[in-house]
Design a protein around this ligand. Structure first.
Ligand SMILES: Cc1cc2nc3c(=O)[nH]c(=O)nc-3n(C[C@H](O)[C@H](O)[C@H](O)COP(=O)(O)OP(=O)(O)OC[C@H]3O[C@@H](n4cnc5c(N)ncnc54)[C@H](O)[C@@H]3O)c2cc1C
Length: 509
C-alpha cells in the first residue's frame, strides 16, 4: 500500500483546515487531504460574514453575552470567552495573510445580523465572504512548500492502534493510501446533506463525525442542528437566501399571498431563526405546499446589495425586484460534533478536531449567526498549536476496512427530514431508528458515494438517539411531545462507540 509520513495531517480544506495547515507550516511538513477540490467546502459558500468584536462601541463582553443568549443555556462559557477574546487577533492574522474585508471610508464595514446587539459582521465582496477568504488562503497554501495538498482523496477511516490515532487511510482513484502523522487534525465540516433539504453543498455528509465515532472518540450535542428558514427551493436546486434579505425588508408570504410571520412572533419576519423555520414548516404543511415565498420586491437595488444571491436567482429565471422567491427551511449548521477540549484535543490521543466537525461547546443549543467562521479560525489555530506538542510518529499497518452497509441516499435523506428534522417526537425518532435498520443493505463495493452514504446513515442514527434521549425543547432541538425547556436538561449528551450514552454537566471541569 502507498504510504507517506508527515509531521501533521489535516483532513478538510474549509476555513478550519486551511487555517490550521497555514499555522502548522512553520513547524514541519503538513499533508492537507480533501475529498474533492480545495474549493469544495461549506466555508467557500458562506455568505454573510464573520462575527468579531472589532468595532467601536463593541467588546468581547458584549459578543460573549449575545453568544450565550443564543446558546440557550448549553454553551461552554470558557470556550465562548476564548472565541470572543481571541477572535479579533485571528481577524488580524487573516488580514496579514492578505484577506481584504469590505471597507467604507477606510474603515472595515460591519454589518448587523439577527441576535447581535451591535454591528459586528465583517464581510468580503458583499455576500461572498467565504469565497473571498478561502480563495486567498488557498492561494497561500499552494505557495507553501511545507504543505502537500492531496485533492480527491476521500478519508475512509482513521488509523488507530494502542488507543491512539496515527493518521488516516484515504481512497484515491480506487486505491487505498496511508498517511501517518503524530497529530491528525479533523476539519471535515458539517452534515447538512443527511437531510432532504439543506443549504449545504454536496460535500457536507458528516464524514468527520462518523470517522471519529468509529475510531472511538466521544461526540457531544448531536441532537442540535440549526435549520435555516430561507433556502431557495427552485427546480431541484438549493441555495441559501441570507437572513439579511429579510433584514432589508423582504417579507415571507404563504401560497395565498398572506404575510404570516406576525401570527407566530411579535418580531414578525425577524423572529429567531428556529421560530421562523418552524412557522414556514407549519404554513407549508397546512397549505400542503412544497414551499412558501419570500417577497423581496420592496428592496431597493437588490443587485447591488446582494450580488451573489441576485445572480443565482437570475440564473434560475427569478428577478428579485419582480418575482417572489420560492423558499423553505433546510438543515444549515451542526452545533454538535466531535467533543474537544479548549485546545482542540478529542478524547482519542493523536486526534484533534476543529470547525463544524468539532463540538467545542461555543454554540451550545443554537449558533449565533456568523460565529461559525470565527470558531473555525480561533479553534483551528488552537488545534494547530496543540498539534505541535505531540510526540514522534509510528507507522502501524492500517486495518483494511470492509465494505460498509449500503443505503438508498434519497430514502435516507427523506427519512431524516421527516423524522429527525425541524420537529421531532418520540414516535418519529423511534420510527427513524427502526426504518434505518430496514433500509440497510449489503454493499457492493468501496466507492466514495457508498462510503459517504454509510457515514450519513451512522450520523442520522446518532442524531436520532440523542434527540430521543433529550426529552425537552431547547435551542434548535424541538420535540413536539416535550415543547418546553427543562432546567434539569442543562446537560450535554455524550455518545461513544461501545458505550451507553452519558450525560455531562454544562461546564467542563
Ligand atoms: C450556504 C452557507 C452559508 C453560510 N454562511 C455563513 C456565514 O455567513 N457566517 C458563518 O460564520 N458561517 C456560515 N456558514 C457556516 C460555515 O460556512 C461553516 O460552519 C464553516 O465554513 C465550516 O468550516 P469547516 O472548515 O469546519 O468545514 P467546511 O468548510 O465544510 O470544510 C470541510 C472540508 O472537509 C472535506 N471533507 C469532508 N469529508 C472528508 C473526507 N471523508 N475526506 C477528505 N475530506 C473531507 C470537505 O471536502 C471540505 O473541504 C454558512 C454555511 C453555508 C452552507
Amino acid at each position: 500500500m502507498w504510504g507517506e509520513r508527515y509531521d501533521f495531517l489535516v483532513i478538510g480544506s474549509g476555513l478550519a483546515g486551511l487555517f490550521a495547515a497555514l499555522t502548522l507550516r512553520e513547524h514541519g511538513r503538513v499533508a492537507l487531504i480533501t475529498k474533492r477540490a480545495l474549493e469544495d467546502s461549506n466555508s467557500y459558500f458562506a455568505q454573510g460574514g464573520m462575527a468579531a468584536a472589532v468595532g467601536r462601541g463593541d467588546s468581547p463582553a458584549l459578543h460573549r453575552q449575545d453568544t450565550l443568549a443564543a446558546g440557550a443555556g448549553l454553551c461552554d462559557e470558557p470556550a465562548v470567552a476564548i472565541l470572543v477574546e481571541e477572535g479579533p487577533q485571528r481577524i488580524k492574522d487573516l488580514m496579514a495573510l492578505g484577506v481584504e474585508f469590505d471597507q467604507i471610508d477606510g474603515q472595515i464595514h460591519l454589518a448587523r445580523e439577527a441576535a447581535h446587539s451591535t454591528n459586528r459582521i465583517l464581510h468580503v465582496d458583499g455576500d461572498a465572504t467565504g469565497r473571498g477568504v478561502c480563495a486567498r488562503l488557498i492561494e497561500e497554501v499552494k505557495k507553501s512548500p511545507q504543505i502537500d495538498v492531496y485533492e480527491n482523496h476521500f478519508v475512509v477511516d482513521l488509523i488507530v492502534t494502542d488507543g491512539r490515532c496515527w493518521g488516516a487511510l484515504a481512497l484515491h482513484k480506487g486505491e487505498l493510501r496511508a498517511f501517518w502523522a503524530p497529530a491528525t487534525i479533523l476539519a471535515a465540516g458539517g452534515l447538512g446533506q443527511v437531510f432532504a433539504e439543506t443549504s449545504n453543498p454536496s460535500i457536507a455528509t458528516g464524514d468527520g463525525v462518523a470517522l471519529a465515532f468509529r475510531a472511538g472518540a466521544q461526540l457531544m450535542d448531536m441532537e442540535f442542528v440549526q435549520f435555516h428558514p430561507t433556502v431557495l427551493y427552485a427546480d431541484g436546486s438549493r441555495f441559501l437566501i441570507s437572513e439579511t434579505v429579510r433584514g432589508e425588508g423582504a417579507v415571507l408570504r404563504n401560497h395565498r399571498g398572506e404575510a404570516f410571520m406576525e401570527r407566530y412572533h411579535p418580531l414578525g419576519d425577524l423572529a429567531p431563526r428556529d421560530v421562523v423555520a418552524r412557522a414556514i414548516w407549519t404554513e407549508m404543511e397546512q397549505g400542503a405546499r412544497p414551499h412558501v415565498y419570500l417577497d423581496a420586491t420592496s428592496i431597493e437595488d437588490p443587485r447591488g446589495r446582494f450580488p451573489t444571491i441576485y445572480s443565482r436567482c437570475l440564473e434560475l429565471g427569478l428577478k428579485m425586484e419582480r418575482d417572489w422567491l420560492p423558499v423553505g427551511p433546510g438543515a444549515h449548521y451542526a452545533m454538535g460534533g466531535v467533543y474537544t477540549d479548549h485546545e482542540g484535543r478529542t478524547t482519542l490521543p493523536g486526534l484533534l478536531a476543529c470547525g463544524e466537525a468539532a463540538c467545542t461547546g461555543v454554540h451550545g443549543a443554537n449558533r449565533l449567526a456568523s460565529n461559525s467562521l470565527l470558531e473555525a479560525l480561533v479553534f483551528g489555530w488552537r488545534a494547530a498549536e496543540a498539534a505541535t506538542k505531540t510526540g514522534p510518529v509510528k507507522t502501524p499497518r492500517p486495518a483494511i476496512p470492509s465494505p460498509p452497509a449500503a443505503f438508498d441516499r434519497g430514502q435516507l435523506q427523506r427519512l431524516s427530514w421527516h423524522c429527525v428534522g425541524l420537529e421531532r417526537s418520540g414516535e418519529s425518532l423511534h420510527k427513524a431508528l427502526l426504518e434505518l435498520e430496514k433500509l440497510s443493505r449489503k454493499c457492493r463495493g468501496m466507492d466514495v458515494e457508498s462510503l459517504e452514504t454509510a457515514n450519513m446513515a451512522l450520523v442520522v442514527s446518532l442524531m436520532a438517539k440523542a434527540a430521543l434521549l433529550r426529552e425537552e425543547s431547547r435551542g434548535a432541538h424541538y420535540r413536539v411531545d416535550f415543547p418546553k425547556s427543562d432546567p434539569s436538561w442543562r446537560r450535554h449528551i455524550i455518545l461513544q462507540r461501545g458505550q451507553d450514552p452519558a450525560l455531562r454537566p454544562v461546564d467542563k471541569e
